[in-house]
Design a binder for this molecule. Structure first.
Ligand code: ZN
Length: 461
């Protein structure tokens, strides 16, 4: 399975979270079913231009110049940032994370092959793919050649035979420091090329699954197909999976719109597992709208689910031996069937999550009516949570962080000093100052709850 990875010129945002959590669950589920999955997700560190086509500046180079960094330095900073946030979201790391700049020879070789077989032509130091020579161009996006030409709003590039031809290799102008030697002179690879070259290297000429965002269908994936199938004379991909995008309060997210949310900012307010859970409550092919209200609701929902699991595990700690009653075994088998049916239906994660909630209702009533429940029964239910809620969906942790340890430790002592100080301020009617403390704590992830019997605190992350 190959998934188009991030272009590492900035911190990841919530759109990256939706995309890579969705693909992570697909990998996890296939592995749960017993498939041996090799998951390749590239790191784009050259060639992705600001207008997504063949014009504009290289995103990496542009940012590196602004920040006065070596491009490789910039790439290192944001690659680390990317993995840090993906780890927090509990995404399993890809088996291979190939970088475009580490595969220049493979990319040049692919271009040479396309040129020698007449699918591509060199022009003034750049090389373009000739879409006229590949009759199936447009088959993924459903775009027709004539429409593509008529709709080409990009400036006419005199180097191209046809406006919809796309760059495989670009000539590096003087001063363009990201450059490599090639048979056509110094230059750098086009963005689409790396995914063809690297997927071929690690997964063979026909991949089972290729994933990416909906916005990548055209031109990126269309171009990947053209390059790969022209070179290999066989199907490039068996199944395409495209993930929908994120909106913020109903609006498209964009830096220019001022509603751009990085994951690092989102994690200040919400636990990464809450964000993961929230993403999975919507189907991957549907858009997802981020709003504080929706995330607050997700946070409450996840807490309900976690409380049922915590209750179960507490009871398991002091359980006496005993078998699982047949009606519970039947129920678990039924829930498992419904869960798998939902996942088999194009990875319907929200349907799968609903099963976990149904089970939790049963757990709560089973454990609250005072009956003794045997160890085996509690273990069977916990196994269900661990495999389907933990291994497959990644939303139920193996162990919950211990609140008690925090409350009695150094953090608890410091929080008590802060709460006592604030209580004194409130007694003295110093409301402004006491609100200031509450808001500052909220910013760093601590919620205070004022009650008649005293103030308590809770961590949001
Ligand atoms: Zn790609």
């Amino acid at each position: 399975m190959y998934v188009c990875g991030p272009t590492v010129y900035d911190h990841p945002h919530i759109g990256h979270a939706k995309s890579y959590v969705s693909f992570d669950v697909i990998v996890r589920y296939l592995r749960y079913l017993g498939y041996k999955v090799r998951y390749v997700q590239n790191i784009t560190d050259v060639g992705h231009l600001t207008d997504n086509a063949d014009a504009g500046e290289d995103k990496i180079l542009k940012r590196a110049q602004r920040d006065r960094l070596e491009p490789a330095e910039l790439v290192e900073i944001y690659t680390r940032s990317y993995f840090e946030d993906m780890d927090a979201l509990n995404n399993v790391r890809p088996d291979i994370s190939p970088r475009a700049t580490a595969h220049i020879p493979e990319q040049i070789e692919l271009v040479e092959k396309l040129v020698s077989e007449g699918f591509a032509y060199a022009s003034k130091g750049s090389v373009y793919f000739d879409v006229q020579k590949y009759k199936e161009y447009g088959k993924l996006s459903g775009r027709k050649q004539e429409e593509l030409e008529a709709g080409a709003r990009v400036e006419i590039n005199p180097e191209k035979r046809n406006p919809s031809d796309f760059a495989l290799w670009k000539k590096a102008e003087a001063g363009h420091i990201m450059r490599w030697r090639s048979p056509w002179g110094d230059g750098f690879p086009g963005w689409h090329l790396e995914c063809s070259a690297m997927s071929m290297k690690y997964l063979g000429q026909t991949l089972d699954i290729h994933g990416g965002g909906l916005e990548n269908i055209f031109p990126h994936h269309e171009c990947e197909i053209a390059q790969s199938e022209a070179a290999n004379k066989q199907a490039f991909v068996r199944y395409w999976i495209h993930n929908n995008m994120v909106t913020v309060n109903g609006q498209k997210m964009g830096k220019s719109l001022g509603n751009f949310v990085t994951l690092k900012d989102a994690f200040k307010k919400y636990h990464p597992t809450t964000i993961r859970f929230f993403i999975l409550t919507t189907h991957y092919r549907s858009p997802l709208d981020f709003s504080n209200e929706a995330l607050d609701a997700a946070d409450k929902g996840l807490e309900r689910l976690h409380n049922a699991v915590k209750l179960l595990r507490e009871r398991l700690n002091n359980a006496k031996d005993g078998e699982t009653p047949p009606h519970i075994l039947e129920k678990l088998a039924h829930y498992k069937k419904v869960f798998l049916e939902a996942m088999d239906e194009d990875f319907n994660t929200s349907g799968a999550i609903a099963v976990l909630f149904d089970l939790s209702k049963d757990v709560n009533s089973l454990l609250s009516d005072g009956h003794e429940v045997g160890r085996k029964c509690l273990e069977d239910i916990d196994t269900f949570y661990r495999q389907l809620g933990g291994d497959v969906l990644g939303i139920i942790p193996k162990a919950f962080e211990s609140r008690q340890k925090e409350e009695s430790g150094a953090l608890g002592n410091v929080m008590n000093v802060i709460i006592d100080t604030r209580t004194e301020l409130r007694k003295a009617k110093q409301w402004q100052l006491s609100d200031f403390i509450r808001n500052k704590l909220l910013e760093i992830g601590f919620v205070l709850d004022d009650r008649p019997e005293g103030t308590t605190w809770k961590k949001t992350k």
